[in-house]
Design a protein around this ligand. Sequence first.
Ligand code: NI
Length: 171
Amino acid sequence: MALLEIKKYPDKILKQKTKELSNIDGDTQKLIDDMLETMHRVRGLGLAANQVGVSQKLCVIDLSLKEDNKIPLIILINPVIVETDGSVDAEEGCLSLPGYMSSIKRAEKVFVKGLNRDGKPIELEGTGLLARALQHEIDHLEGMLMFDRMSPIKREFFKRKYLRDIKKIKD
Ligand code: NI
């Protein structure tokens, strides 16, 4: 296993729509293991493949750090949200926007279909933090970051502040 570099905004790969995975092979299994190791190392709750530079529809979610729940580790390939219900605001962060938290409005409940790491079809219903994590990671795979869910005014403010702050760090 290996630790992967997490791409940070404004890296262009984060804004590109990822490709569906048609062939789940040994490289896919290695990528999944490396993504899990990378996510656990930085204590993230979720990670999408394009965040580690691979533009494929694959993401991992592990909420065991955050909630004393019984939600097992989730590995999702080619996920699609087929149904949503309700709407709720809550704080979230992103490994590709380090140091930033913001309140984002998302569906309260989602129903997702996809494949597991063996290529078998799976269906998931999520509420609460799981619903939020599923939407956040699936947005990544569509080339969207959490500021794309903000109002235009808030988005511009957020992006300007973020870009100014990372420039300060680089200078
Ligand atoms: Ni993220």
